[in-house]
Design a protein around this ligand. Sequence first.
Ligand code: NAD
Ligand code: ZN
Length: 357
Amino acid sequence: MQFRNLKMIGYVVYGRGSFNQLDEILAPQRKGDSPMIFLVDHFFEGKALPNKIPLRGKDKIIYADVTFEPKTKQVDALAKILKEEFGTVSGIIGIGGGSTLDLAKAVSLMMTNPGSSADYQGWDLVQLAGVYKVGIPTLSGTGAEVSRTTVLTGPERKLGMNSDFTPFDQIVLDPDLIKNAPANQRFYTGMDCYIHCIESLEGTFLNEFSKSFGEKALHLCQEIFLGNQTWTEEHDEKLMMASYAGGMSIAYSQVGVAHAISYGLSYLLGTKHGVGNCIVMNHIEEYYPAGVAEFKRMVEENNIDIPQDICSGLTDEQFDKMINVSLGMKPLWENALGKNWEQIMTREKLRALYEKF
Ligand code: NAD
Ligand code: ZN
């Protein structure tokens, strides 16, 4: 048995207002006059948050267009611009949801690694440490702040740059930054965390390490998303820690059925990760009976719309494409259904599921 030797993030600061410590956190990481680059979710353009960014010298804010989930060519273009303008930079600071955090991680890696980010989609292909990188979430749920991957859509596949060089050197968890997220978006991203917990806790890869984080994250999700509550600052604090713990749980296990199927939707239809997982979760009671029942209660009590009928009218070829992408996620299926998963999740069975969405 080969145990995973887990590379973790470097430093964590947690607390309401901790964003204000960013200047002093960055100071020792500055290399000469090479700038810090703040990659900020475009949602914040023209809002108050950018005014609080501690710009020094040649530092620059770049707004990240996250209308679509990150693409390898978007990463390559950003790294190219920075290399042309500055040669090198002191660091990349991603401020935003999971998409912006993934972009920041990937751009940091592509400041030092040659070629295209598409060359590194896979496991342990990245050869060199990137530049110093910081993750500052403004949505909570994906666990991208703690993970060793950065999910990218490339010319051939949607797959992360999974490597020991991928985790952030520093994360700043400030619950104030997530407080104005719209209810639907907060729910979709929050459910990513809930689903990570169900998939980890119900999976065959489960161990005490994953279980201890997964159970805590699950309880936090239940505390905030059940019981018809009014959302408060305390809910933001709990959601932020649920995301962290949920991410730690899957770091030492794996996700499962909902993620494997939703990857197909996002590859073909561009469905975003959080809402895609919700669309799938609505229909997979066969695999996670208790989790799906509770998920449906959460949807109802929080008055959330889950899109329906997104697959009606697709051609056989399109269904095949989604099925191929999904069945390619081998570790996810193995975690969910065991070593004989290929006998259980046949192409016909998966097609029947996609037809329900
Ligand atoms: P997101 O980053 O895609 O953002 C969703 C929307 O919310 C965007 O329009 C964004 O502009 C907006 N937004 C961000 N912060 C906001 C705020 N505070 N208030 C209002 N709007 C805000 O959403 P997400 O669910 O956080 O992330 C999904 C992405 O994360 C996907 O690209 C997925 O592949 C990736 N992901 C990565 C990992 C990982 O381990 N690296 C894990 C899960 C998901
Ligand atoms: Zn996820």
